[in-house]
Design a protein around this ligand. Structure first.
Ligand SMILES: [Fe+2]
Ligand SMILES: [Fe+2]
Length: 179
C-alpha cells in the first residue's frame, strides 16, 4: 500500500476547510517541528507530521458580533475531541492504515488538556512530540492562528517534508534511497 502523503491530506476538501480555519501556517510549522522532535525521540515522523499538521483541525469559530469571543471559546471549546474524530475520518477516507489512523487521532486528541477537568495527561512519545510541536509554534494571544501562508508555499513545504519522511523510512528499512 502506498503511503498517504501530507500533500494528499492538504488537498482534501476537509483539510482545505478546517486546517485553514485554524491557520495553515501554524499547521505547516507544527508539522516541521514535529519532524525534528520525532527524529530526536525515535518516533515515526510520518505519524508525528500528520498528527501535527492536523492537530487543530477541530476548531470552531467563536465569534460574537464579528469579534472573537475568548470567554465563549474557553467555556465551550472541544477542538481536540472534534479534531481527533475529523482527522480520523479524513485519514480513513484517504486510505490510511487503521492502526496509524488511530495513533494519529489519539495524538490530535491529547495535544492539549484544555478540554479536561483535570490537567494530568500522561502522554506517550508520539503524543508528546505533537504537543511539543504545537507549543513550539505558539505565540501570545493565539496569534499563531492568524499567520498567513499561500497554498503554493504550503504545497512546496509539505512536499519537501513528505520527501524527508520517505527518505527516513527507507533508511529505517535499509532500502536504497534514490535522489
Ligand atoms: Fe490546539
Ligand atoms: Fe495549535
Amino acid at each position: 500500500m502506498s503511503r498517504v502523503t501530507l500533500i494528499d491530506i492538504f488537498q482534501h476538501p476537509v483539510a482545505q476547510k478546517y486546517v485553514k480555519r485554524a491557520g495553515l501556517a501554524h499547521a505547516v510549522a507544527c508539522a516541521y517541528h514535529a519532524y525534528r522532535f520525532a527524529v530526536e525521540k525515535n518516533v515515526d515522523p510520518d505519524l508525528a507530521c500528520k498528527a501535527a499538521f492536523l492537530h487543530d483541525v477541530g476548531h470552531y469559530t467563536w465569534y460574537n458580533n464579528g469579534e472573537w469571543d475568548y470567554n465563549m471559546y474557553k467555556e465551550n471549546d472541544i477542538h481536540a475531541i472534534k479534531g481527533a474524530e475529523r482527522a480520523h475520518k479524513l485519514l480513513i477516507r484517504l486510505g490510511e492504515d487503521r492502526v496509524n489512523a488511530k495513533q494519529i487521532s489519539l495524538a490530535v486528541l491529547l495535544h492539549t488538556d484544555s478540554f479536561l477537568p483535570e490537567k494530568n495527561i500522561q502522554r506517550e512519545a508520539l503524543q508528546e512530540v505533537v504537543a511539543s510541536a504545537d507549543e513550539a509554534d505558539e505565540e501570545p494571544d493565539g496569534k499563531h492562528h492568524y499567520r498567513n501562508m499561500s497554498d503554493e508555499r504550503a504545497e512546496r513545504l509539505l512536499s519537501q517534508l513528505d520527501r524527508r519522511i520517505e527518505v527516513y523510512q527507507k533508511r529505517e528499512l535499509k532500502e536504497p534511497v534514490s535522489f
